[in-house]
Design a protein around this ligand. Structure first.
Ligand SMILES: NC(=O)c1ccc[n+]([C@@H]2O[C@H](COP(=O)([O-])OP(=O)(O)OC[C@H]3O[C@@H](n4cnc5c(N)ncnc54)[C@H](O)[C@@H]3O)[C@@H](O)[C@H]2O)c1
Length: 247
């Protein structure tokens, strides 16, 4: 029960690693506030966690809308009285998420905007909305999801690459803002993760993609008291892909 009575807000919590993290935090005693763009999916995830005995609430949040983000932080404070952890999972490559398999220079501007707005600006908004509370509490942890793509780039996901590089800078700057107040910020940059079968095709030195639980276990460690001396770092969890030499 590493997270007993700790309060976590999670963006992109209705599927993939965000949902798994929400479940794991709740299993270890945290009170979790699930947010995602689909209210139905958020409600289903909350129901599932409650059935297993966890404490959870959910709220529809499009991370491009600051007002909705404020509603989520207000919900956490009104219902649970604190924000101990903020985990920014909402995101994805713009071409895939918006079903626009075009080269960068042919993508409509709406697709470009989605790539930056969801992957970077959404995390900026959530960090901005929680930091004041964490500073007042003199404690808190922010986890931002980067990607191997933010380090090596991808011709097929240019704005995603730009946004995920930005997430590293955002995390370092937040670590500097938070450090005098006991607030930490860490970035976790996965290589391919099997939240969908297609990721098995992306090469790594270890010859496989990660199980979602492997990434979530790292995130839980960084959130826990064991990670108390870690801030401002970007953790690659990529099966050695960024050692170089991969196609
Ligand atoms: N799966 C991988 O191989 C991989 C690799 C590196 C990084 N990542 C990053 O990890 C994070 C989680 O990835 P995943 O594979 O679990 O993805 P996922 O697609 O299962 O989850 C992403 C979630 O974000 C939500 N979302 C999309 N647009 C949103 C918006 N405007 N507002 C709020 N929520 C929105 C989706 O509804 C979804 O629930 C993402 O940031 C992703 O870029 C994933």
């Amino acid at each position: 029960m590493r997270f007993k009575n700790k309060v976590a807000i999670i963006s992109g919590a209705a599927s993939g690693m965000g949902l798994l993290t929400a479940r794991c935090l709740a299993e270890e005693g945290a009170k979790v506030v699930l947010t995602d763009i689909s209210a139905d999916a958020v409600n289903a995830a909350v129901e599932d966690i409650r059935k297993s005995g966890g404490e959870a609430v959910g709220i529809e949040v499009d991370v491009r809308k600051y007002q909705q983000i404020k509603e989520a932080t207000n919900l956490a404070l009104e219902k649970y009285g604190a924000i101990d952890m903020m985990l920014n999972f909402a995101g994805g490559a713009e071409g895939r998420m918006l079903n626009c398999p075009k080269p960068f220079h042919e993508m409509p501007v709406e697709v470009l905007d989605w790539g930056i707005d969801v992957n970077l600006k959404g995390a900026v908004y959530f960090c901005h909305a929680v930091l004041g509370t964490m500073i007042k509490q003199k404690s808190g942890v922010i986890i931002n999801l980067g990607s191997v793509t933010g380090v090596e780039g991808s011709a097929g996901a240019v704005n995603y690459s730009a946004a995920k590089s930005g997430i590293i800078g955002l995390t370092k700057a937040l670590a500097l803002c938070g450090a005098p107040h006991g607030v930490r910020a860490c970035c976790v940059s996965p290589g391919p993760v099997l939240t969908r079968p297609g990721m098995a095709n992306m090469k790594t030195r270890l010859g496989r993609a990660a199980e979602p639980q492997e990434v979530v276990d790292l995130i839980l460690y960084l959130c826990s008291d064991k990670g108390a001396f870690i801030t401002g770092s970007n953790y690659m969890i990529d099966g050695g892909r960024t050692c170089g030499g991969m196609d």
